[in-house]
Write a protein that binds this ligand. Structure first.
Ligand code: PBG
Length: 323
């Protein structure tokens, strides 16, 4: 039956009606705030292309995390910036590194807040690649053991979830084995299963000081053209023991989120990355967009596509609006 019997506008007439029939909901506890931690005290270094986001020392990080917790944000995702970098990224598994310190401080001060750690070598290697190099290429199998060491070090510090973002083949299995062996059978793995070689990571690389010195990441991160392959990556990670999976970036990959949602039962996370954040902020600064509404609409779209968890630099701002 068509018009004039059918009039979809009837249910859009008032805000109360719209609220009653709303299909997608966003809640603070579904949001995760990324944090960049470095050594020292009283350090807060703003990141140019990410207004409101800074690299901080652990003491300052605690203030941000506390604000997140107060507003009901579900968790934080930690990235570390070490004082020194080397060819193997050995500071990644230093039990006294910034991430390990931050995890211990968070579990002591804000035990309810879920602490997720990013497991990758790119912030720790002097060449900026996500694994060790052999003949100028990233050596997949040699990297696995190092990632496993890093994950165990994070779990040992008290991380609630470890999240490998390197895109090496077999890393979920290697990390699972190492965690179990070190008596961390209870520590879940959230794998960045479908992580694309995206230009939208640009501002993050300034934040994490992780731009590759030569070449790019297309030899390990996925080709932005591939959606079927994303489903394959997810299946492989689940076979290796991933407890939850991630699609990244989020906004330009809503179709991938929807596809992964249809084919898997585990919790699905999506990462609204630095470039997605920067675009909205830049347009809002120029008065070209209503920044708040763009924030909420972009997050709602990611939920609508099927994400259970959203990692976003907007986490606190969005949570504030939702309360
Ligand atoms: C790599 C990593 C990256 C991001 C998260 N983990 C960058 C990369 O692969 O170059 C990007 C996050 C963002 O852009 O916000 N460890």
């Amino acid at each position: 039956m068509a018009f004039p019997v059918n009039r979809p506008r009837r249910l859009r007439r008032t805000e109360s009606l719209r609220r009653l029939v709303r299909e997608t909901h966003l809640a603070p506890e579904q949001l995760v705030l990324p944090l960049f931690v470095r050594g020292g005290a009283n350090v807060r270094r703003p990141i140019d292309a990410m207004p409101g986001v800074s690299q901080t020392s652990v003491d300052e990080m605690l203030r941000d995390a506390e604000r997140a917790a107060t507003h009901g944000v579900g968790g934080v995702l930690l990235f570390g910036i070490p004082d020194e970098k080397d060819a193997t990224g050995s500071h990644a598994w230093d039990d006294n590194g910034p991430v390990q310190h931050a995890v211990r401080a968070l579990k002591r001060e804000l035990p309810e807040l879920v602490v997720i750690t990013d497991v990758c070598l790119c912030e720790y290697t002097d060449h900026g690649h996500c694994g060790v190099l052999a003949n100028g290429d990233v050596d997949n199998d040699a990297t696995l053991e190092l990632l496993a060491r890093e994950a165990v070090s994070h779990a040992h510090a008290g991380a609630d979830i470890v999240a490998p973002s390197d895109m090496m083949d077999g890393r979920v299995a290697a990390i699972r084995r190492a965690l179990d062996h070190a008596h961390f059978a209870h520590t879940p793995i959230l794998s960045y299963a479908a992580k694309f070689a995206s230009v939208f990571y640009g501002p993050f690389r300034e934040a994490a000081e992780s731009t590759p010195r030569s070449g790019d990441r297309r030899g390990y991160q996925m080709d932005p053209s591939n959606a079927r392959e994303a489903v394959r990556e997810v299946r492989l990670d689940l076979d290796e023991g991933a407890d939850a999976v991630m699609v990244k970036p989020a906004g330009p990959y809503l179709d991938v989120i929807a596809r992964v949602r249809r084919t898997t039962l585990v919790p699905l996370a999506a990462y609204q990355v630095s470039g997605e954040f920067a675009m909205i902020k830049a347009a809002a600064e120029r008065g070209w967009l209503d920044g708040e509404r763009a924030m909420m609409e972009s997050l709602t779209a990611i939920r609508r596509a099927g994400a259970d968890i959203i990692i976003s630099y907007f986490a606190i701002d969005a949570a504030t609006r939702l309360r």
